[in-house]
Design a binder for this molecule. Structure first.
Ligand code: FES
Ligand code: FES
Length: 566
């Protein structure tokens, strides 16, 4: 028997259990978030005997006679102060990290009511925020400290009108953990889902035997590709991404789903996934665009291994470069990048008594989700409703279907609500990344450092599926000339399928990669001309009325020179 106190209430439990799961699932204290489940992010921070600790690393057996406090257990005064301070300082964006930050702050302020900035930084060393940066969070804690110490009243006036300073409308709910992310939802009769994924990136699936899984007590449904009632494949612009890979088909990356399970508990669903018998033939994966473009490479999609091409030119780049006073040619490589949003993907699908299916999502476009889910279920659009809940960070990484369609398929099949939440590991395995790119760039200028020509070849690894790869590569190409006037350009780009994770949207949408290459060449040219990196940028900056590499005319809002001067 384990006895402990949580938010002032004494509990006794006979079974040992992970504290995070116990707080969220049994006590429904959902201010405590699961960002990683393995002690890395701090979203699950709670106070144990006054010390900030990560609930995901604790079990009930370690809490004997101890006292636990979550944000729900703060006094009304503390709640009021923290909600005001975090909103006022602008310290809340997606909010998924915020209750954990508040707990670390309380742990500090209870001991040191007037902390230095260094002490606040020290107190937050176990909390990751992916959106806000830490300056505003530190400011919020300073403000909260002063208000609590001096008993200051919390302003209650609501700003209104254009130009007035207004608090973020959902800041209070996010700070106090009452705002709902999908994984915080629980409805009567809810089943939990788990997914069997391919063990290797490229495999020919010979057979999927789900009989043992289906026979497990508590399993409500096991589905494979053969059970999909509607369209097998989905995608924003190109429908090339299968909801599941079936027998006789080939997987394309390590996130590919082979079977989905709904069961009474997550544990049972995971056990069922482990008992699915899979036979497959191992195939060599294509791990780079170079491998995929080789003549002997197998076709990863029926149309071949090139998803899209971009080509445009202005003037005569070759001649301009040949006669330029200074020329730089370099090859650049940028890697895949993970979005690392703090909230792993989650979806809850609920069949209604009217025959309609409601899907709660934490993704970036309810409309895209709606189209995809309805198509895969083979239902008319009016039979599916998609409701967006709070999004715990996305940055482009939650544009595609990841869990929404799987939860919907299982709910449709069982007639019961089904929730599917990915672990951090699965999340990283499944969702698209920032494109890795190979960029060959030649830039030429005259003796004064005025740019005369640019030649670029950009090859992007778009991974297993299209996602938004086409437009991302287009943007990388159209922006490779940077905010500069270059009269002669020749730009070519392509997005190439590989067996890497799909690449898609990510802040900057292809531009960070090509801007990096453009700016590096500019620094080298400045050296050759003998002027500063600032000067070469100023001499070439776009101005209103100037023509860009694509032929677009810079409008009156163009302020590159003003920015450089500032
Ligand atoms: Fe516990 Fe991330 S540290 S969920
Ligand atoms: Fe901190 Fe989003 S506001 S992770």
């Amino acid at each position: 028997m384990y006895q402990f106190t949580i938010n002032g209430v004494v509990y006794q439990e006979t079974e040992d259990e992970n504290l995070l799961e116990y707080l969220r699932e049994t006590l429904r204290l959902t201010s405590v978030k699961n960002g990683c489940g393995e002690g890395a992010c701090g979203a699950c921070m709670v106070l144990v005997n006054g010390l900030a600790m990560r609930a995901c690393l604790l079990s009930l057996s370690r809490l004997q006679d101890k006292t636990v406090i979550t944000v729900e257990g703060l006094s009304e005064r503390e709640k009021e102060v923290y909600a005001w301070a975090f909103a006022e300082a602008g310290a809340v964006q997606c909010g998924f990290c915020t209750p954990g930050m508040v707990i670390s702050a309380k742990g500090l302020l209870d001991k040191d009511p007037e902390p230095s900035a260094a002490r606040i930084k020290e107190a937050l060393r176990g909390n990751i925020c992916r959106c806000t940066g830490y300056v505003k969070i530190e400011q919020a804690i300073m403000m909260a400290a002063q208000a609590l110490r001096e008993g200051l009243p919390v302003p209650t006036d609501v700003a209104a009108g254009v130009g007035a300073r207004a608090a973020r409308m959902d800041a209070e709910a996010k700070t106090l953990g009452t705002g709902e992310y999908v994984d915080d939802l629980k409805v009567p009769g809810m089943l939990m889902a788990a997914v069997l994924r391919t063990p290797i990136p490229r495999a020919r699936i010979l057979s999927i035997d789900v009989s043992a899984a289906a026979a497990i007590e508590g399993v409500a449904a096991v589905m494979t590709a053969a059970d999909i009632p509607g369209q097998q494949k989905w995608g924003h612009l190109k429908r090339d991404w299968p909801a599941m890979i079936g027998e006789g088909e080939e997987t394309r990356y390590i996130g590919d789903a082979l079977a989905i399970v709904a069961a009474r508990t997550k544990k049972i669903a995971q056990e069922a996934v482990r008992s699915i018998r899979l036979e497959y033939e191992e195939l060599s994966p294509l791990l780079s665009p170079q491998e995929s473009l080789a003549d002997t490479a197998p076709k990863l999609h029926p149309d071949g291994n090139v998803l899209s091409r971009v080509a445009f030119a202005r003037g005569d780049a070759n001649q301009a470069i040949e006669t330029a006073a200074h020329v730089v040619t370099r090859s650049y490589h940028t890697p895949f990048t993970e979005h690392a949003f703090l909230e792993p993907e989650s979806a809850l699908a609920v069949p209604g008594s009217d025959g309609k299916l409601t899907v709660y999502v934490g993704s970036q476009s309810v409309f895209d989700d709606h189209h995809g889910i309805a198509a895969i279920l083979g239902l008319p659009g009016e039979q599916v409703r998609v409701i967006g809940k709070l999004v715990g960070g996305a940055f482009g990484g939650k544009e595609d279907l990841s869990v929404q369609h799987h939860a919907a398929l299982l709910a449709h099949k069982t007639g019961q609500p089904v929730k599917l939440t990915l672990s951090r590991k699965e999340s990283m395995r499944v969702h698209p990344k920032r494109h890795s790119m190979e960029i060959e760039l030649t830039t030429g200028c005259d003796a004064d450092g005025r740019l005369v020509g640019m030649r670029a070849r950009i090859v992007a690894d778009t991974g297993a599926y299209a996602s938004l790869g086409g437009p991302v590569v287009q943007r990388a190409c159209t922006h490779v000339s940077g905010p500069y006037q270059i009269p002669n350009v020749e730009i070519n780009g392509m997005a190439v399928y590989t067996n890497n994770p799909p690449a898609g949207a990510f802040r900057g949408f292809g531009v960070p990669q090509s801007a990096f290459a453009c700016e590096m060449n500019l620094n080298l040219l400045a050296d050759m001309v003998g002027i500063s990196p600032w000067e070469i940028r100023y001499r070439n900056a776009l101005e209103p009325g100037a023509v860009m590499a694509t032929g677009q005319i810079a409008d009156a809002s163009t302020g590159i020179k003003e920015t450089l001067l500032a």
